[in-house]
Design a protein around this ligand. Structure first.
Ligand code: SF4
Length: 368
């Protein structure tokens, strides 16, 4: 299988979000955002834990008022994962979130208002070694930029981002990440290309208001694939309506596809009249079990024994359904028959064996 990374990343400076480095050649990291009321600390804590166990590396949490701030404080006391406080309008919430232990704040300076308020945020971040994401957004550009461009065009978004970079640099603050998301995937590509030409701050990629699971995933993938293969982007988020956990899954899947992360790729056949097992369910179950493994493996779940192993001969290991039993195969060759009930456990044993073997190989490579 394909190894290594064909993408040449554009050099960016490293910025810390708590223990995670963003940019500076660090792996592109996957973010998501909670959608429970932040004021409800225990529910948000539960969601953050689920996101973390799905592999999410940085979690963003909206802190919009005093109650949310209280929930954020509760959260900070109970989780170690890097937390970004997402702030609109009220600079005091940014300052107080930083005092509560936020690793970074995301602000849209266009709606924070006066420059002195942005300075207060920068001073609070500097005092705690926290970073700031300038999060320009098509829906909330400052009026002067909007007037000059007539609409939130890629040029307008880029201009706004550059303005705020300059303002924060003028305050001596450079621990910055930048995002400028449009809800249009191709405009998102344009704006990030422009920004990447003009700055070496790390970029957080995403398509804003991308949509529901399928539509939003496709739109985000379309834009982010173009950017990431150009080497642009240091951290990503899929902004999908609903449960945030699939955002994390989609993020890792995309990075794996582009060779920017290693991990287990589960392939499954599209099913046809020959299908003997519930391919979709089996594939989902395998995906759940292997999601956080970082060893590069291909695992196949195929519907029939006639074409399954042959069709999946690129797979390291796989299972194919048959009448009353299932077949485990390795590199396209049948290994053994198993009962349908025991098939997934048997497959997992094979995977664990391969993971152990590959882990040892990696260890040996590292010591020679
Ligand atoms: S592997 Fe078998 S069941 Fe699946 S699509 Fe191919 S022929 Fe059909």
């Amino acid at each position: 299988m394909r190894q290594g990374c064909p993408v040449i990343r554009r050099p960016t400076r490293p910025v810390r979000v708590g223990p995670v480095t963003v940019g500076g050649g660090a792996p592109v990291c996957v973010q998501s955002m909670t959608n429970t009321p932040t004021a409800d600390g225990p529910s948000t804590l539960e969601q953050v834990k689920v996101l973390a166990s799905a592999g999410c590396e940085i979690v963003r949490v909206a802190v919009q008022d005093e109650d949310a701030l209280e929930g954020f404080r509760f959260l900070r006391r109970n989780v170690r994962i890097p937390l970004i406080a997402d702030i609109h309008f009220d600079y005091r919430m940014a300052v107080l979130s930083l005092e509560a232990g936020a690793d970074a704040v995301r602000i849209n300076p266009g709606n924070i208002g006066a420059v002195w308020k942005v300075r207060e945020i920068a001073d609070a971040a500097r005092a705690r070694g926290a970073s700031i994401r300038i999060g320009v957004n098509a829906g909330s550009l400052q009026r002067s930029v909007l007037r000059a461009h007539g609409r939130p065009s890629p040029e307008a978004l880029a201009e706004s981002a550059f303005r705020w970079i300059e303002i924060l640099e003028g305050m001596g603050f450079t621990d910055l990440k930048v995002s400028a998301k449009s809800s249009d995937p191709m405009e998102t590509v344009q704006v990030y290309r422009m920004i990447s030409e003009g700055t070496d701050y790390p970029l957080h990629l995403g398509v804003t208001e991308a949509g529901t699971l399928v539509s939003g995933t496709v739109q985000t993938t379309a834009a982010l694939s173009l950017l990431l293969t150009d080497g642009i982007g240091d951290t990503i988020r899929f902004s999908l309506s609903g449960d945030p956990v699939p955002e994390v899954h989609a993020g890792f899947e995309l990075l794996r596809c582009l060779g920017l992360r290693t991990g287990v790729r589960v392939i499954s056949c599209p099913t046809c009249a020959r299908t003997e097992i519930d391919v979709a369910r089996w594939a989902r179950e395998v995906e759940e079990k292997v999601r956080t493994l970082s060893v590069p493996l291909r695992v196949a779940v195929m519907g029939c024994p006639v074409n399954g192993p042959g069709e999946a001969k690129e797979a390291d290991v796989g299972v194919a359904g048959a009448k009353g039993f299932a077949v485990l195969f390795v590199k396209g060759k049948t290994r053994r028959k198993v009962t349908p009930e025991g098939a997934l456990d048997a497959l997992m044993e094979e995977i664990e064996e391969l993971v152990r073997k590959k882990g040892k190989e990696r260890l040996n490579e590292g010591t020679t």
